[in-house]
Design a protein around this ligand. Sequence first.
Ligand SMILES: *Cc1c(COP(=O)(O)O)cnc(C)c1O
Length: 466
Amino acid sequence: MQYVSTRGTAPILGFEAVTLAGLAADGGLYVPETWPTFDHDQIAALRGKSYAETAAIVMAPFVGDALSREDLHALCVAAYGRFEHDAVTPLVQLDAQHWLLELFHGPTLAFKDVALQLLGLLFERFLSGRDSHLTVIGATSGDTGSAAIDALAGRAKVDIFMLHPEGRVSEVQRRQMTTVLAPNVHNIAIDGSFDDAQALVKAMFADRPFAERFELSAVNSINWARLMAQIVYYFYAAVRLGGPERPVAFAVPTGNFGDVFAGYCAARMGLPIAKLIVATNVNDILHRALSAGDYSAGTVTATAAPSMDIQVSSNFERLLFDLHGRDAGALCAAMGGFDRDRRMALTPAMQAEAGNIFVSARVDAAAMTGAMQHAATRMGQVIDPHTAIGLAAARAIGLSADVPVVTLATAHPAKFGDAVEQAIGRRPELPARIAGLFDMPERSVSLPATLAAIEGHVAAHARPRA
Ligand SMILES: *Cc1c(COP(=O)(O)O)cnc(C)c1O
């Protein structure tokens, strides 16, 4: 499989190069040149397969000949062996129509582990035969940072610099990052929002001499390999609920549009998906874009679901690329306009095309709390604020009763203990794997949200190209 940039001028790359590169050199995002497809029988044949087997089969067309089938399967077994549940991503039935897909059984208790545990192993594999060294730069609204740090801590040939918005991640999220003292891990708290952090990461990549000197790489969901790994659980869940015979809907708590874009990829690959419900909190640019064609950035409002406190969703560019008929020139013009005006209008034709698969809902604080309470009292499930936004959207959209609706449970409730306690009056128990977090020393530096400050810090601590 070859990968092309949405902006059209970066080199076309194979899987290994696209994994190590992250962001494309022209500022675009890599997407597969074509969508591989699975026919009915190939999807039906996934029945009864383990998660790791399913993962190896679903990802094989994207990996191509970068890894043998056996190697890919072995990496999946290793990555998903670190999950606490044997099913890796178990389904929990809530009522006659609704299920949760629990994606939080990995080491840092959020769905980010599903992709990053594999990505850490892919980095190690692809770098082992090389003389080079990578500097991973990331921006996190909380969960990517801890998952990436867990996946990369102590690995040879990789340094990781993770930017988080100071004071805007939960205490568990912060400690999961800052208590990792491996010398290749560098936490940076910036004086700004997640969008500022993400913009700084993009600016560092755009500074080509700097990017090349330190061999910058990305672990945000702009990295294609992450999205690829997330496609797997859509297949895994759908097949367990009657797919491919029965189309299934998914409600996805959405921030950077990565997770739900993986669902879109699954649909493009032939998985029968009834609808993808894009659930946003009050930071609702995606809801406005999908429901009214109004893709315009406002200012970020801090909420109890901080991983969704995003205005500009990087991965939306990947969908826009398809909506522009994969015409990179047209996409470049549209993105240039967006960078200038902070707004873009989707044409009625684009809205209609997106509407074939996507539907969206905006969930405010009251509805989020209501969903946590409903889940606790009526369904016996304690859910985190992000999952609650997904569930509230799933229930509000009201799909016909014969369509199973799966809400992606993106974080363990203990990661957001304060918000959960406020909503349902009791504190979720800390799982054993993070007990002890509150007694460990932390390491992090605080920097202003300027490119000069961040680049200076990276330059002082990273290992430049020999
Ligand atoms: C990252 C994250 C999200 C948003 O996922 P995107 O891929 O950025 O849309 C939702 N919930 C939780 C708990 C997350 O960590």
